[in-house]
Design a protein around this ligand. Structure first.
Ligand code: ZN
Length: 138
């Protein structure tokens, strides 16, 4: 599992340390996140310095859409519900996330770059290069 993905706690269990479960972008600061079963969230660009907040919205909403509208996303929600009730292991749930992480990030980043291309075409190459400098996998 990528180092930036953390399993959510089970119901009634407080997670110590990092509390965000997300397919976030492994940047030095989190621009936004999506928690399965909750809403896509964009952190305040005044604090994160996000150059294209609408693009971050597109990125996080893509994660939400993939988790709600795809068979595998629905399957992952089902596994999580079973895990919370003790009928599936953490390993099964973790595997669900491992196998979809690359697709999630690829599709979400594509949606993000599409917004940049529409809003500021002259800045697209710079944004793509900025993403390439972020180390996505340890
Ligand atoms: Zn993402």
């Amino acid at each position: 599992m990528p180092h930036n993905v953390t399993l959510p706690g089970k119901s009634g269990q407080r997670i110590t340390g990092r509390e965000i479960f997300s397919f976030d972008r492994a940047a030095l600061k989190t621009l936004g996140f999506y928690v399965p079963g909750k809403t896509a969230t964009v952190n305040d660009p005044a604090f994160t310095g996000a150059r294209f907040p609408h693009a971050i919205v597109a990125h996080e909403l893509t994660h939400q859409s993939l988790m709600i509208n795809t068979t595998f996303g629905l399957f992952t929600h089902l596994i999580n519900a079973l895990r919370e009730r003790g009928f599936a292991s953490d390993d099964v749930f973790q595997t669900c996330h491992e196998v979809q992480w690359t697709v999630q990030e690829a599709v979400a980043t594509y949606a993000e770059m599409a917004v940049v291309a529409r809003e500021a075409p002259a800045k697209l190459v710079g944004e793509i290069n900025a993403h390439r400098r972020v180390k996505m996998v340890p």
